[in-house]
Design a protein around this ligand. Structure first.
Ligand code: ZN
Length: 423
């Protein structure tokens, strides 16, 4: 499992993605070979909510050279060297003018920064600050081979239908070039999570995995799904889930949705170092899903927080930062959330007057579940409380209570109460 997760990151890493263009399509092609994916193209100029779909950007190459022909930097070595949405350019540039088009990080002089200029119609190059400091000639040659012209924005959805009407939205942005944690970790985990959900024997909810460029892609999806509010019961944005830090659940705008409660439960039992953070209108696409007009129950799972880890948006967010075991732990936590989302249910104790005699039913010394969990589930199953309610009250993880409930049901001590779509 962890090997498959990391393979996705490795394969996708070299591709120069952006919010539109061939790298984004190549990424969706890859995802579509792993899981069933329906593809959508939204044409340049289309009005989407308050936005407009931009022109399509296709980068092909970029070099900075001395006038003597020595290459200073090459897009072929790192696609971070080219400012995203850079205009094409070919010419000799005096050093003073060149400096206005260069991006570097004086505090992290060995790293190439990831920079975008989606709406500013300029050209630019990124480079390590140490390399920038060696530029002492009076002029350099810049060659940027890229096109910016009408086309379309691409996104993909993997929809796995369930028995009930509600949906679970899982959203991963896929617009960053060679950055591993911020972008590819979420895509890799979403791919394997979708495979696991596709393999479930039954699905209560429809699960919708959305792979779209950040901000504008989520806005395109929302513009085309005006009924999202009525359908979506739970949602998770995945971002930065490949590093080894504790988990952070960023709450939904409402803060107290069923999804928030489930995430809090799972993270608390995974590791006390995990943390819940309040909603703010910043970050990844939770900003769009939680805009007041939609107000969807979509939170975000991250480990490192964007902007707060030193590798963020630099060439150090690479295949050394993301580890297979970190990816698989992220998937494990999400699958624990999935178990509650899909399987939380209410039961009624068939022997509620005094404790039922467990020994006679072979449950007193039975293995495979915790005896306290059994006592809690019998005591808690009054027809109102769900397994999650009981688990929370008992201070036990959901799966322990669920295992005990299965044993009690098999012994005839619990019967399920037929309820639909508690969210
Ligand atoms: Zn980012």
């Amino acid at each position: 499992m962890s090997a498959a997760l990391f393979t996705h990151v490795e394969r996708l890493f070299p591709i120069c993605r952006s919010i539109t263009g061939p790298g984004l399509r190549e990424t969706l092609d890859y995802i579509g070979r792993e899981i069933p994916l329906s593809r959508h193209e939204v044409p340049t100029g289309a009005r989407v909510l308050d936005w407009e779909v931009p022109e399509e950007w296709a980068p092909r190459g970029a070099t900075l050279s001395t006038l003597g022909g020595r290459k200073v930097l090459d897009f072929a070595d790192s696609n971070l060297h080219l400012l995203q949405y850079s205009l094409p350019f070919d010419g000799v540039v005096p050093i003073a003018e060149l400096q206005r088009h260069l991006h570097s990080l004086p505090d992290q002089p060995d790293l190439i920064p990831y920079r975008t200029a989606y709406f500013s119609r300029t050209w630019g190059l990124s480079l390590p600050h140490r390399l920038r400091e060696t530029l002492t000639d009076s002029a350099y040659r810049v060659r940027i081979d890229a096109s910016l012209r009408p086309g379309s924005l691409s996104y993909g959805e993997c929809v796995l239908h369930g028995e009930e009407r509600g949906e679970v939205l899982v959203s991963a942005h896929c617009c960053h070039p060679s950055l591993a944690n911020d972008n590819l970790s979420g895509i890799a985990v979403a791919i394997e999570w979708a495979k696991a959900i596709a393999a479930r024997q039954r699905r209560r909810f429809t699960w919708r995995f959305l792979f779209a460029p950040g901000t504008i892609g989520a806005i395109c999806w929302l513009a085309r799904n005006p009924d999202a509010r009525a359908r979506i019961r739970h949602g998770v944005v995945l971002a930065c889930v490949g590093d080894g830090g504790p988990f952070h659940w960023k709450r939904t705008r409402r803060g107290d949705t069923a999804t928030d409660r489930i995430a809090a439960h799972v993270l608390r039992h995974d590791d006390p170092a995990n943390a819940l953070i309040p909603f703010d209108p910043w970050g990844y696409d939770e900003r769009q899903y939680n805009s007041p007009g939609f107000d969807l129950p979509v939170g975000r799972l991250s480990r490192a927080l964007h902007g707060q880890f030193p590798e963020y948006h630099t060439s150090a967010d690479n295949l050394d930062l993301v580890r297979p075991e970190h990816l698989s732990r992220s998937l494990r936590v999400l699958r624990a959330m999935e178990a509650v989302i899909e399987e939380d249910a209410q039961y009624r104790n068939t022997q509620p007057y005094g404790e039922p005699q467990l020994g006679r039913r072979g449950l007193y010394d039975a293995t495979g579940f915790d005896r306290m969990a059994l006592l809690w589930v019998l005591n808690g199953s009054d027809g109102e409380a769900s397994l999650l309610d009981i688990a929370e009250r008992a201070g036990l993880p959901f799966d322990e209570v669920q295992k005990a409930a299965r044993a009690a049901q098999a012994a005839g001590l619990l019967v399920p109460i037929n309820t639909a779509g508690s969210a």
